[in-house]
Design a protein around this ligand. Structure first.
Ligand code: F6R
Length: 252
């Protein structure tokens, strides 16, 4: 595990984007797992810039997004499909057929989950998985629970997550109550995982995830056993780790 601490969000985003660019330069047909939320936006801005400068191409890449709200069509402004098009996909040269998200409108939940897992398998797994972390330690929408849910599944969002995401919907009532999420297995089996985390409000949960017990009550704690984990954080988010385990942190 590498934990890389940058002073600011911008520096953290540049560093993390560098890992994604290096992955694509090393293996142009990489399968990249993508996340939504506020944290990766700075990374996506960097990747778009490098594409525009002709330094990076996504033409052979495939992307697999972590999650999607149930019941939202792809053209709904709060759907994750919409988010990905707005923040990345419409601004780079990825082939539309190579960019994947769960279909939030599929009412056959079992079929949708199975198809998504089979898609990941058919691609040979994920080369690099980008992850944010929820305030409660969720990964994708794998919420704290009594067990880890290994396969792609449809989850009931916790009141905490609904509250956290209501900032995008205007009210808690408007937030969908269910979402598809990639399971813990395809996430944890990614050949490399790149987690990004910023802000003081994430300092305790990232510390607990990386240095506390491995438990489904803190889904991100599973990252302690993945073979290749890189955590890029800003100084605020990594403040507790820097205090408790300064030897574990690389300053950037
Ligand atoms: C998004 C996702 C979530 C977010 C997490 C952090 O696709 O899977 O797990 O990464 O909720 O969200 P932000 O970055 O908004 O704090």
């Amino acid at each position: 595990m590498r934990i890389i601490c940058s002073e600011t969000y911008e520096q953290m985003s540049a560093k993390a984007a560098g890992f994604i660019a290096a992955q694509i330069h090393t293996k142009p047909n990489s399968v990249i797992g993508l996340a939504t939320g506020s944290t990766p936006i700075g990374i996506y801005q960097k990747l778009i810039k490098w594409y525009e400068e002709d330094w990076l191409s996504f033409s052979k890449c495939t992307t697999i997004n972590l999650d999607e709200y149930c019941g939202l069509p792809a053209d709904h402004p709060q759907s994750y499909a919409y988010f990905m098009h707005e923040h990345l996909l419409d601004h780079i040269d990825i082939l539309p057929e190579n960019a994947h998200l769960p279909n939030g409108l599929n009412e056959d939940i079992h079929a949708e989950c199975e198809a998504y897992d089979n898609l990941v398998k058919s691609l040979g797994g994920i080369d690099l998985q980008l992850l944010g972390i929820g305030n409660n330690g969720h990964l994708g929408f794998n919420e704290p629970d009594d067990c880890f849910h290994m396969n792609t599944n449809c989850v009931n969002l916790t009141p905490e997550t609904i509250k956290a995401n209501s900032r995008f919907f205007g009210s808690e009532e408007a937030v969908p109550k269910k979402a598809f999420t990639l399971g813990i297995r395809p996430i944890a089996q990614a050949k490399r995982i790149l987690m990004v985390v910023n802000g003081l409000h994430k300092a305790e949960i990232i510390y607990k995830s990386l240095f506390g017990p491995v438990t489904p009550r803190v889904p991100a704690s599973i990252l302690q056993i993945v073979p290749d984990l890189v955590v890029c954080g800003d100084a605020e988010a990594l403040s507790v780790i820097v205090r408790e385990h300064p030897e574990a942190v690389e300053m950037f």
